[in-house]
Design a protein around this ligand. Structure first.
Ligand code: FPP
Length: 224
């Protein structure tokens, strides 16, 4: 059976769910947050050590201001209300992405990372203001600036995701099959699962089905 250490998720479909069910995209994001909580709990239950959630991409800035504000406010309220509980459940929070956000949020994110830094039950990587192309370019620039050789090892160890193993599984909900600038280096050998359901409808049973399918795959990593 394949060990399952790291699950990465593109939580797509909040907007469509919100429009269909509540005539509001924002309501879809709010419902999506409930799924986030469910999936974190279920990941812990399945002894998954890393869960990476694509919360906001570098391209998401093209959305209307009011939706952007709503999303960041949702994250802020979530962290303020839940940080103690996350901490006491042994959850380590790590932000993967560009923290060049407003000062209040940046301070909160740094606080959450510091407070939970020694926790070992699961590491939640929040891909926030994240774009894979930007990460790759930032990494190249860093290697050149530090006069490091451009090798696969140096590159991997200087990505935003340094010290995080590559995802075993990528799940994308929302009935769309694309990577949307997410972890393009790190997903090179991951197993990809595209789920028709919209993120707010995704549940533990769907998650378990994917985990079971994954466990039956023969992973070759280029070998035979
Ligand atoms: C994609 O759905 C989802 C997002 C851009 C945001 C994801 C945010 C959450 C799940 C809630 C907040 C999360 C945290 C971690 C606090 P979409 O809006 O692109 O959906 P659509 O394709 O139906 O328009």
């Amino acid at each position: 059976m394949n060990p399952l250490n790291h699950v990465a998720i593109i939580m797509d479909g909040n907007g469509r769910w919100g429009m269909r069910n509540k005539n509001s995209r924002k309501a879809g994001h709010k419902a999506g947050l409930k799924t986030v909580e469910k999936i974190i709990k279920h990941s812990i239950k399945n002894k998954i050590k890393f869960l990476t959630l694509y919360a906001f991409s570098t391209e998401n800035w093209k959305r209307p201001d009011s939706e952007i504000k709503y999303l960041f406010n949702l994250l802020e309220v979530f962290l303020r209300e839940k940080i103690q509980k996350l901490h006491s459940n042994g959850i380590k929070i790590k932000i993967v992405g560009n923290k060049n956000l407003n000062k209040k949020l940046r301070t909160l994110l740094t606080y959450a990372e510091k407070k939970t830094s020694k926790n070992e039950k699961i590491q939640i990587n929040l891909a926030l203001n994240y774009g894979s192309k930007k990460e790759i370019l930032d990494t190249v620039k860093k290697l050149i600036k530090n006069k490091k050789k451009i090798t696969e090892e140096n590159f991997t160890n200087n990505l935003y995701t340094k010290n995080i193993p590559n995802p075993d599984i990528l799940i994308r909900t929302g009935n769309t099959k694309r990577l949307s600038n997410f972890l393009m280096w790190q997903l090179a050998y991951s197993e990809l699962f595209f789920e028709k359901k919209l993120w707010p409808d995704f549940n533990e049973i769907d998650y378990d089905k994917i985990i079971k399918k994954y466990s039956q795959i023969k992973r070759n990593f280029g070998k035979i």
